[in-house]
Design a protein around this ligand. Structure first.
Ligand SMILES: *Cc1c(COP(=O)(O)O)cnc(C)c1O
Length: 446
């Protein structure tokens, strides 16, 4: 950690009320031009960002506990990423890998083969967004198996395109009135230790899903199971131990492609390069995006060579997929993750934060569950003495945090989860300050 160089002062410093006048003016301009369907978590406009801070257009320095939704793990202006991008744009910004290929794409594929779980022969395809990676993982699974059905889980989030909306669980705001959705998607119960009946083990929760796959879908109709090893937007739900390995074993025995959607959990976030490693599962295909390229848009699927290579030439791709600037950024970001040992750094963040969140939960009586791995942490808020979700309180906490200069995101099917996703390069002092703010706010509101 000592080596991390920060360009901006790593401190929380407010010089106006939030939002300040320049942000408020931008909000007014935005209302006149940007579609209302695009939301923003906070009404402040970014001017600069580095390490654990975002500086807004009014000069306020805010602590970033969102990383632009788990993207800027190496920071939003990692000098190595910035230099790699500058270097690449000075040569070429685009040729299209499907027209004139280039080495950066191949190097990213080599890195992903080495970093992703399993030592089998692998192949990679690059895209731009997480949703696009998910769509293509399903395309490959359907073609390779000759089957149609796909299983996704309660609380799942896989994106906003038509097929990925079908895979996503939550109606409002992601799906409502945007149908009809892609067919042959089946939703099964997830393992959700806090809300499952007491004592339901991971194996039992998996058997509940397996029974439905066998009885309602038919294993030989099923192309793929897609699951986030730790669910993201759905509430940072960590399934009970044994759930994922049981599903993987069943999938393997039945010729079903197991797709791990690591778009949010991948690239060091959970204290390992990939969350699958915590239970030593090896997916057939893994989808990746958010943390991968230091903030540049890049996504990937990496999977078993025998599955990926079944697809005919031209069947996979896209104009911008694996853009050379994004590839250069990814290679630099991966170097930084190695150089600063960001998986260990994520674990360290969890070790600092988790005990404090648990102590807070023990004190206040409105935090039903504290969970997560590494730097992917969450608190689930409930009405006192019940497990009834308290979305109002959750919203109020995030709003008060912003007033104090901390960017805090919510999530969850019931909107009652506060999630912590700091850049992995955040300093201990800054993290400590943010946690103190959160503790004070929660205590003051209950
Ligand atoms: C964010 C996310 C997606 C969608 O990624 P986009 O880049 O927004 O399309 C898919 N899966 C998971 C698990 C995600 O967290």
């Amino acid at each position: 950690m000592n080596d991390i160089q920060y360009r901006l002062p790593q401190k929380r410093a407010l010089v106006t009320e939030l939002p300040g006048p320049k942000s408020a003016a931008l909000t007014a301009r935005r209302r006149a031009t940007v579609a209302a369907g695009v939301g923003s978590s906070v009404p402040v406009y970014a001017a600069d960002a580095d390490g654990g801070v975002v500086v807004d257009v009014d000069g306020n320095s805010l602590i970033d506990l969102g990383s632009g939704i788990a993207v800027t793990s190496v920071g939003a202006s990692d000098p190595a990423v910035a230099e790699a991008v500058r270097e690449q744009v000075g040569h070429f910004t685009h040729t299209c890998f499907m027209v004139t290929p280039y080495e950066g794409y191949v190097r990213v594929a080599e890195e992903l083969a080495a970093l992703t779980p399993g030592d089998h022969e692998k192949r990679t395809v690059l895209f731009n967004s997480g949703a696009e990676a998910v769509e293509n993982a399903i395309k490959v699974a359907r073609l390779a198996t000759g089957r149609d059905a796909v299983v996704a889980f309660d609380h799942a989030y896989h994106g906003r395109t038509n097929l990925t909306m079908a895979l996503t669980a939550k109606s409002m705001p992601y799906k409502a009135h945007f149908g009809p959705f892609a067919p042959e998607v089946y939703r099964l119960p997830m393992s959700y230790p806090y809300r499952d009946q007491d004592g339901l083990t991971g194996e039992q929760a998996a058997q509940r899903a397996i029974s439905q796959m066998e009885k309602q879908i038919g294993a030989d109709s099923l192309a793929a199971i897609i699951i986030e090893p730790i669910q993201g937007e759905g509430g940072f739900i960590v399934p009970a131990e044994g759930f994922l390995p049981t599903l993987v074993n069943w999938a393997r025995a039945n010729g079903v492609v197991f797709i791990a959607d690591e778009v949010q959990t991948g690239f060091s976030r959970t204290g390992a390069w990939f969350a699958c490693e915590h239970e030593e599962i090896v997916p057939d295909i893994i989808t990746m995006a958010k943390g991968m390229a230091g903030g540049m848009p890049l996504s990937a699927i990496t999977g078993r060579a025998d599955l990926l290579d079944k697809v005919h030439p031209g069947g996979l791709g896209g104009t911008y997929g694996g853009n050379p600037v994004a590839c250069a950024a990814a290679l630099a970001a991966i170097d930084s993750m190695r150089k600063f040992d960001l998986p260990a750094r994520a674990q360290h963040i969890g070790d600092l934060a988790l005990p404090r969140l648990k102590a807070l939960a023990a004190d206040v009586g409105v935090i039903g569950d504290v969970r997560g791995r590494g730097a992917m942490l969450a608190m689930e808020f409930v009405k006192p003495g019940t497990d009834e979700p308290d979305a109002e309180l959750t919203k109020a906490i995030a709003a008060h945090a912003l007033e104090q200069g901390v960017i805090l995101l919510t999530c969850g099917t019931y909107g009652n989860v506060i999630r912590l996703l700091p850049p992995l390069v955040i300093s201990d002092d800054l993290l400590d300050d943010a946690l103190t703010v959160i503790e004070q706010i929660v205590r003051s509101l209950v």
